[in-house]
Design a protein around this ligand. Sequence first.
Ligand code: PSU
Ligand code: MN
Length: 288
Amino acid sequence: MSQPKVALESTVISHGLPYPANLELARRMEETVRAAGAAPATIGILSGELIAGLSDDQIVHLATAQEVRKVSRRDLPIVVARKLDGATTVATTMWIAQRFGIEVFATGGIGGVHRGAGSNPSSDISADLQELAQTPVIVVCAGAKAILDLPATLEYLETHGVTVVGYQTDSFPAFYSRSSHLAVDARCESAAEVAAIWRAKRELGLPGGLLVANPIPLADEIPAEAIEPAILQAVEEAATSGLRSAEVTPFLLARLAELTGEKSIRANIALLLNNARVAGEIAVALGS
Ligand code: PSU
Ligand code: MN
């Protein structure tokens, strides 16, 4: 049997964290997956080629180049036809992972329903959610950032039949904070329990992915109250700046990082590594 594999995304490298924290993080994610007994495959697009298992040189390129497009599902045919470089979001990383036969993927936070989307005709809902409904990959995340509307995000996942399990938690995490106080569908204590739910889903013939929500380690947590003023400011600035589509999330992430400083970058790295470890353990439990 081949070694269990874990997919890793590249939008967090090109657009999620500043250099050099992004490069160090990408390398440490891979080491953490290996330490758990699995093989990492960082996913990205170079000159239009979909790659699952970027080399270190290729990761350096995505961490440093200025013109790397953030590639969601709708961008895939464009970057392939035009032979462009692309950093893959959760949606595209899932899609490429399943093409390469990889079942487990570690990320930081998934995209979701943006605040105000429900009442807004130009509502912004990440393609990550539809991908979870369609593509058979286990996604290990620390929930989603509270820049999003978390109740609406969970409702959307429910509507589209996406099972959300909490890893050693009863509530959906809010990225920097361990709890959003919103319930998950089931609590799993171990990687073996996650693997059992995944196998049952496959045996039932249900399409789509499984979302595993793994809270940030306690020592690295930033309380929700501490981060909320920065979120409100960033969301307000995004609304008044007239940003649209794929630009919104990178803008919010960058403003939040500026407003909250080093501490939020440290927290971001800590939760990503924690997710790489759990994803590695799940891949080993599945033997996939
Ligand atoms: N949330 C984070 N960090 C990130 C992202 C989301 O805390 O880097 C990235 C992920 O790649 C995710 C994407 O898939 O942003 C979602 O973008 P959009 O909302 O445009 O779908
Ligand atoms: Mn969007």
